[in-house]
Design a protein around this ligand. Sequence first.
Ligand SMILES: Cc1cc2nc3c(=O)[nH]c(=O)nc-3n(C[C@H](O)[C@H](O)[C@H](O)COP(=O)(O)OP(=O)(O)OC[C@H]3O[C@@H](n4cnc5c(N)ncnc54)[C@H](O)[C@@H]3O)c2cc1C
Length: 507
Amino acid sequence: MNPSTARPHVVIVGGGIAGLAAAFFLRDEPVRVTVLEGSPRLGGKLSVSEVAGVAVDEGAEALLVTRPEGTGLIAEVGLAGDSVEPGTTSSAVWTLGALRPLPRRQFMGVPSDLAELARSGVVSDEGAARASQDLELPPSVRDGDVPVADYVGARFGAEVVDRLVDPLLGGVYAGRSSDLSFDATMPALAAASRRYRSLAEAAGSLLPPPVPVPAGGQDRTPGGTRSGGSVFTTLAGGLGLLPAFLAKASGAEVRTTSMTRVLSSVPTAPGAVPGWRLTVGSAAAEGLIDADAVILAVPARPAARLLAELPGASAAVTALGEISYASMAIVTLAYPRSAFPGAFPGGGLAALGWSGYLVPAVDGRAVKAVTFSTVKWPHLADATAPGAEPLEIVRCSVGRIGEEALLQRADEDLAALAAAELAAATGVRGAPVAHRVSRWGGALPQYTVGHLDRVARIRAAVATQPGLAVCGAAYDGVGIPACIATARTAANQVTEFLRRGRQWSHG
Ligand SMILES: Cc1cc2nc3c(=O)[nH]c(=O)nc-3n(C[C@H](O)[C@H](O)[C@H](O)COP(=O)(O)OP(=O)(O)OC[C@H]3O[C@@H](n4cnc5c(N)ncnc54)[C@H](O)[C@@H]3O)c2cc1C
């Protein structure tokens, strides 16, 4: 045990949502917790700042509620009263020259209602006809993990992959369906696909039952809903508020600008389990911190660097090195409501009826997804410019894996490009009154083919290191609830280790 204190010392490296959640989960344990965040700011990919005087998330903005971990944590830190549901979650796809409705009956873009797919116009008539073959084709046998595009393409053809599945996966991973793993990015569908001959039927088995449409009527059920409400939530004031609340509620000592450069195992008593030593800060102003247990809540690359010195961790270092990351930028634009064409009844973005749109990579645009923030989030709907004119705020997501050159453009260029594409899609007139470019280098881990095996290798190697655990977006899901789940597991692992008197057995 660390001699400076009676309570064991747990050090968490990384002050993103995973690290802070891990600290929070340790709050009632008989341990002392220190969080070391390398940058000057807590929160990692969660951050909120103002555009045209309105607080808008720069990174993650929506939390999936179909998993309990995110909403549970929000409730535990006392923020449940600040949760806001989307006003609408119906999305469009900007393709084949128009904004077209994203089919509601789809699972990550995999359609379950092929008649709805044909009506949507998202794929051509030929593409819709090819997709219908899924219902008749013999089972597609697969041996082990495959790229999403291969399996889905074999069932529905290339258009469904290019215009639906690829943009939806791009929205989550900034990755391409030709590389991403079917088993890791769509585990539920991958499992269901083994029970159904038709992939459309497999996708349908994962969706809530369709809402009956009155004879001659139109189904207006918004996509992304479940019975009783939306599948997403956020916080009034921005999801980016959560890290500061978590840090405070955790009771941990939280240090920013504390980059951990080296992790080493240090002997304690002869024959006893070794402890940990972390080298923190720049070479010129280096500090050493001793710990009884360590949680690495950092992306794959820094995790690999920190594990590199540890005997027995080389398999984890190798597997972490195989996880690549996509970089991206969020360009947030603010317009006066009157800039959106009067062609839509009532004007403004809300008249379009969508919360935003996706853009297939095959259409050659820079922006891959757009969120109409003032439509999607009711708490932003009344946003006004300093002159009191109602505002529309739009978040444009730029950068798929492999598009790093695009991100090297200056902020002004990126904002102009995003605005020009928005004008082509929506007809918005004039320039935005304000813009903000938020750059996310190494934003999203790519769960490419073999990811599940890679994670198993990492976990097995980390399990050989007494009192060490890992968590975060690199492992079991990039969404916030999945990151929180890994944090819970990591907190449990170190607690169990310390409870057993530092005898290590992870497994
Ligand atoms: C633009 C964008 C939008 C997104 N939108 C959503 C969304 O709407 N909903 C959703 O669920 N998910 C979304 N995601 C994904 C989600 O936000 C992330 O996967 C998640 O926040 C990652 O959390 P993390 O704690 O694992 O890692 P990070 O947020 O990356 O935090 C890791 C922290 O570790 C620090 N660090 C790194 N190395 C060191 C070191 N050596 N020493 C000390 N500190 C170090 C970093 O500075 C960072 O703060 C989005 C991601 C991005 C980039």
